[in-house]
Design a binder for this molecule. Structure first.
Ligand code: G3P
Ligand code: MG
Length: 258
């Protein structure tokens, strides 16, 4: 499914448009696109009835009006609620009044937006605790089905090895990247055993040694979340293949393929 050459742009808008719009909403994707971005990262988990949707945190309190709507003593774990309930929440007002009423998006809605516009997607599998395998399995199946007629598949990623194992078992041809917030023992071998195409590190972890090790093993190298020019320059000098940024207003992809 993955093309012989790396098909993805270098610049990737984190959660749609970083902090300029409510994260992981369609409004954020639209804003990121208006800044010239053609690839986006988003966080995907499952509702209690198995619908993949976008949400970073385990709970709904920071980025939705769940507490107001459900009451102060309610269960605010996003994955404990059915999609019909989640779809009623306001995921924009917390950010600013101009985004009031912006809904939590289903993964399918975001997928169709990206496909229709020819945009690339990095889907971070962000399971509700205890649901790593189920989430990896379901997200990979949905991704394969939604992108079945596309020339470039989405890039799945996760910090959670069981999620990537399940994604691979379900849909081995959908490419995967291992996310790392530390260089724990066996990171390279684990990425190899998962059949990953990419390693996606916190930017502080990349230096010439780790870059060379990853590249010599055949991996593409990406970094999150890069929000200043000095760090970006350093990573580019090391030979980074992809940069995930909040600062869609600071870094401008020079062309759709940049
Ligand atoms: O996928 C890169 C980055 O999004 C990982 O960290 O916490 O922002 O999802 P986080
Ligand atoms: Mg993420």
């Amino acid at each position: 499914m993955l093309q012989a050459t790396w098909p993805y742009p270098r610049w990737i808008a984190h959660r749609g448009a970083g902090k300029l719009a409510p994260e992981n909403t369609l409004a954020a994707f639209r804003l990121g696109a208006s800044h010239g971005y053609r690839m986006f990262e988003c966080d995907v988990k499952l509702s209690s009835d198995g619908v993949p949707f976008l949400l970073h945190d385990d709970n709904l309190t920071r980025t939705t009006n769940a507490t107001d709507k459900m009451g102060p003593d309610s269960d605010v774990i996003g994955g404990h609620h059915p999609w019909g309930t989640l779809a009623q929440l306001d995921a924009g007002s917390w950010h600013s009044r101009s985004f009031a009423g912006e809904p939590l998006p289903s993964f399918e809605a975001i997928a169709r937006y990206c496909l229709r516009n020819g945009y690339f997607l990095n889907i971070e599998i962000k399971p509700t605790p205890g649901l790593a395998r189920q989430t990896g399995d379901v997200v990979a199946r949905h991704a394969a089905q939604l992108w079945q007629n596309a020339s470039v598949p989405p890039l799945l990623s996760s910090f959670e090895v069981p999620a990537l194992e399940a994604a691979r078992a379900a849909q081995p041809d959908v490419p995967r990247g291992l996310l790392l917030d530390a260089l724990w023992p066996g990171w390279l071998e684990t990425a190899q055993s998962l059949g990953c195409v990419a390693i996606i590190c916190d930017h502080v972890l990349w230096d010439q040694v780790t870059m060379t090790r990853a590249q010599n093993a055949g991996f593409k190298t990406l970094s999150y979340t890069v929000n200043d020019e000095t760090t970006a320059r350093h990573l580019l000098d090391l030979g980074i293949d992809g940069i995930i940024t909040d600062r869609v207003d600071l870094f401008t992809p020079v062309s759709p393929c940049a």
